[in-house]
Design a protein around this ligand. Structure first.
Ligand code: FES
Length: 213
């Protein structure tokens, strides 16, 4: 972890599978900046979760499934962040292609480490691997791949191995479970913290199994 400003740092957001479905989205907040990662027609992209019309928050929930459409005047945005659906455009907004492009959403950064998805406010900066370090990055990637099955929540015990990266704390059980706790980024409230338990592929589980593609 670096001492840089929160806007310049990577934060763990979710798992890759959380964004696999068309229109799936996950939101968070870093300081005062709301962020969203969204699947738009198979492309997973990230923006500031703020409409460029009157600056309303677009998605109010921590996660869900629905188009990237502002709840106020119904503008919807494509995978480049450009408003493409503007109800009453001919009478209310009169925006042609160039005007729409100027009102594109502000991009954020996304990175993947194995099945873990990270997000950053700044569109430019060091890669996730550079921030975490190559060895740490490789370990996280391997761990995320080795525990593909989502299961019931577990409370980590004292003797579990603990690994930290960015806002992420992983607890690794000796007998095969991985609890992943993602703390809310700096300045965000607790609804943006996430905890999930995973099991290795060979371990049979009976509840909430979700095997990503
Ligand atoms: S504030 Fe978003 S469409 Fe008007």
């Amino acid at each position: 972890m670096t001492n840089e400003a929160p806007e310049s740092r990577w934060f763990h957001l979710c798992m890759k599978a959380d964004l696999a479905a068309p229109n799936a989205f996950v939101t968070t907040r870093v300081e005062a900046v709301p962020l969203v990662a969204q699947n738009i027609k198979g492309r997973v992209v990230a923006f500031r979760n703020v409409c460029t019309h009157r600056f309303a928050v677009i998605h109010g929930e921590p996660s869900g499934c629905g188009p990237l459409r502002c709840p106020y005047h119904g503008w919807s945005f494509d995978a480049d962040g450009v408003p493409v659906g503007l109800p009453f455009n001919p009478t209310d907004f009169q925006l042609e292609a160039e005007g729409r492009r100027r009102l594109a959403l502000h991009p954020a950064s996304l990175a993947r480490c194995g099945r873990l998805v990270f997000i950053r406010v700044a569109a430019e900066g060091p890669s996730l691997e550079e921030e975490l370090g190559a060895a740490h990055f490789a370990r996280l990637s391997a761990l995320s791949a080795a525990f593909p099955q989502r299961g019931d929540a577990l409370e980590p015990a004292e003797d579990w191995e603990r690994i930290e990266a960015a806002n992420l704390r992983l607890h690794l059980a000796p007998d095969g479970a991985l609890v992943l706790h993602s703390a809310a980024p700096t300045g965000a409230d607790r609804r943006f913290s996430r905890t999930v338990t995973f099991y290795p592929a060979a371990t049979p589980i009976t509840t909430n199994a979700e095997v990503p593609a």
